[in-house]
Design a protein. Structure first.
Length: 52
């Protein structure tokens, strides 16, 4: 894991905790780069159509 990935993960975790009113910690999430994404992952995300 590169340090910038950790920094980015922390910022996203803070944002998610605020938006979803949760109290997750860095230990509760999986940190990985985009190099492991597949077409299936992208398709699944598009199908979820999450909106706020």
């Amino acid at each position: 894991m590169v340090e910038i990935d950790f920094d980015s993960a922390c910022k996203r975790l803070l944002l998610a905790n605020s938006l979803f009113r949760t109290n997750n910690s860095i230990k509760d999430i999986n940190i990985s780069g985009i190099e492991h994404l597949t077409r299936k992952d992208i398709h699944k995300a598009k199908m979820m159509k999450v909106s706020f």
